[in-house]
Design a protein around this ligand. Structure first.
Ligand code: ADP
Ligand code: MG
Length: 382
């Protein structure tokens, strides 16, 4: 205990600790809230747990914090097995979605609270509170009540309270979820900067894929208690190993079809309106001719040209899908194109307005194409 307190109140900058989650499971009755999850988080790393509501993110975080206990598995922080340790013995701080500030206490008293709990002396306490206020850019606000602050400022107080004892590991459960979009984006940037400055390990829960991609070194995508994929934002976006991951991160077109041929580089697939090229599956073997698959391609990877143009003839040789341009929407940064295929399904493409093809008009036959490496492939129709 004294050892953990000493670590918790070490002066000045904190150093992140490695967090090892090994085969952790937690059931509630028949519900597998967390099912055999393993994640090895490096010291100082920022890892997000990303998934829809009910996917087990909070349950996993509560087990890391020590407020819930795994039915199976091990949790290590640094070189300690903390699986059965009380929350206050873990060198871990937690920030919740609702700031959970004490309304009757001043900002400074709120921030000092973890230090009081750890029996830090008054002088040291005051110095650290000042420092934490400065870190979250709220110097001079110490005497206010939380109710006298904006939502963003209250969340910064909650953050200051979390970092005031220099925790090597900080857990955050949708900490920006209650803020409006503009402020949330600003806070994402600030949080990330702060984490880099402190060097703390952060495990961050969000259901917002953009937030996870923006902030994280790596993202753990969860669904129904299971870890679907763990990787850098780029890896997850460009090489999803699972259709759920592909669909959950960003926009994705899925084109069901039948494999015509495949080789060591990729596949050619018959789909409604033409033929599609795609790479090979990340998981599983090379598809065989006749296999039912789904080709997955991002809107920004698709080139759209009027059918019958010279460009279209070129595209036909590398695989293309024809349809009718049913919508063309300019939204500032991009132009979004919707293309209706002969089977009635719709493909979404988007392009930089500066690359708009001349002569594209709604109602016109168009040809959509993409490079093989830009398209993923998944088994089955579902
Ligand atoms: N205390 C609990 N009692 C019963 N079921 C729970 C409890 N906490 C969570 N669950 C269930 O576990 C699953 C995962 O929940 P949770 O971890 O809160 O997901 P998330 O944070 O991703 O939304 C859900 O099906 C949820 O209903
Ligand atoms: Mg949750």
């Amino acid at each position: 205990m004294s050892q953990s307190n000493a670590a918790a109140i070490a002066p000045q900058s904190s150093f992140g600790l490695r967090v090892q989650i090994e085969n952790v499971s937690r059931n509630y009755g028949a519900v597998a809230a967390v099912a055999d999850v393993s994640i090895d988080v490096a010291a100082g790393e920022f890892v997000s747990l990303l998934g829809p509501s009910g996917s087990g993110k909070t349950t996993l975080l509560m087990m890391l914090a020590g407020f819930e206990h795994p039915d199976a598995g091990t949790i290590r922080v640094g070189d300690r097995d903390v699986t059965n340790l009380a929350p206050n013995k873990r060198d871990i701080a937690m920030v919740f979605q609702r700031y959970a500030l004490f309304p009757h206490m001043s900002v400074a008293e709120n921030i000092a609270f973890p230090l009081v709990m750890r029996k830090v002396g008054r002088a040291d306490r005051e110095r650290r509170v000042m420092q934490a206020l400065e870190t979250v850019k709220l110097s001079g606000y110490g005497d206010r009540k939380p109710s006298e602050l904006s939502g963003g400022q209250q969340q910064r107080v909650a953050l200051a309270r979390a970092i005031v004892f220099d925790p090597p590991v900080i857990l955050m459960d949708e900490p920006l979820g209650a803020l409006d979009k503009k402020l949330r984006q600003h806070m994402q940037f600030e949080l990330k900067q702060l984490q880099q400055r402190l060097g703390a390990t952060v495990i961050y829960v969000t259901h917002d894929q953009e937030e996870a991609l923006t902030m994280s070194d790596r993202v753990a995508v969860m669904s129904q208690g299971r870890l679907m994929q763990l990787g850098s934002p780029r890896e997850l976006y460009d090489r999803p190993n699972d259709a759920f991951v592909a669909d959950f991160l960003g926009e994705m077109n899925f084109l069901p079809g039948t494999v015509r041929e495949s080789d060591a580089q990729g596949c050619i697939v018959d789909v409604a309106g033409g033929i599609a090229h795609a790479g090979l599956p990340v998981r599983g073997g090379r598809p065989a001719p006749g296999d039912r698959v789904r080709v997955a391609v991002r809107p920004e990877a698709i080139t759209v040209v009027p059918s019958g143009s010279a460009d279209a003839a070129n595209d036909a040789r590398r695989g293309s899908v024809s349809g009718v341009l049913s919508q063309l929407v300019f939204n500032g940064a991009t132009i979004v194109l919707l293309i209706e295929r002969p089977d009635g399904s719709v493909i979404q493409a988007c392009m930089n307005p500066q690359h708009e093809q001349p002569g594209l008009t709604v109602g016109q036959p168009v040809t959509a194409s993409w490079s093989r490496d830009a398209a993923a492939i998944f088994a089955g129709d579902a």
